[in-house]
Design a protein around this ligand. Structure first.
Ligand SMILES: [Zn+2]
Length: 207
């Protein structure tokens, strides 16, 4: 892992043992978002998006247009929603199999399914109405949508991110390759895919 600021050259030698955001020891820039996984160790968020795709969901989504595919995968994840709180973070396949998890685990599952079908999606962690929360941002046809699995039954298509922006405040986002941090943490962008407002920190593939 190297510092996301190319002019810095800092190399985080050790990662924090208590999870959360690790920072460059030289310039202080955020480098990775680390999670305690159910496997018992810390991994950067992207490492949890391993390409899980359950038979049932892929069969339902197969042959649909991209719009329909998004709604099917969103609904399939929503149907499995049952709140289970524990201290470690489940992998998407566990959340699917056990039909339960917390907001982050459901966001991981949905983002993994969407990414596997070729969509541009990110898991976003932050706050909703001032409380810790996690959701999925999706870029589709040049627009950005916010998929919140704890916000009731899925509609025909997810709401636009701008519409929900006043209630959501992002701290970090990630996909399979990188973590993204708001350049101005005190004023995070309403849109997750707005590249100017985010600092990208590429995470090397895990061994
Ligand atoms: Zn640095």
């Amino acid at each position: 892992m190297i510092c996301p600021d190319s002019s810095c050259g800092g190399v985080p030698e050790t990662i924090r043992s208590d999870g959360g955001i690790s920072h460059c020891p030289t310039c202080g820039a955020p480098c990775a978002f680390l999670l305690h996984t159910e496997a018992g160790w810390l991994e950067p968020g992207p490492a949890l998006l391993r390409g899980f795709i359950p038979d049932g969901a892929s069969a339902l989504a197969r042959g649909r247009k991209p719009d329909g595919e998004v709604v099917v995968l969103w609904f399939q994840t929503y149907r499995r929603l049952r709140e289970i709180m524990d201290s470690s973070v489940r992998f998407p396949e566990t959340t699917w199999r056990q039909r339960g998890g917390d907001a982050l685990e459901h966001a991981l599952l949905l983002a993994d399914l969407l990414l596997s079908q070729g969509h541009r999606a990110r898991v976003v962690c932050g706050q909703r109405h001032g409380k810790p929360h996690a959701w999925v941002s999706l870029e589709h046809d040049g627009r950005e949508y916010l998929l919140d699995l704890l916000d009731g039954r899925p509609a025909r298509f997810p709401p636009r991110a701008e519409v929900l922006a006043p209630h959501y405040r992002a701290t970090v986002a990630f996909d399979r390759t990188a973590c993204y941090f708001p350049r101005d943490p005190g004023n995070p962008p309403a849109r997750c895919f707005d590249a100017t407002g985010w600092r990208e920190a590429v995470i090397p593939p895990q061994p």
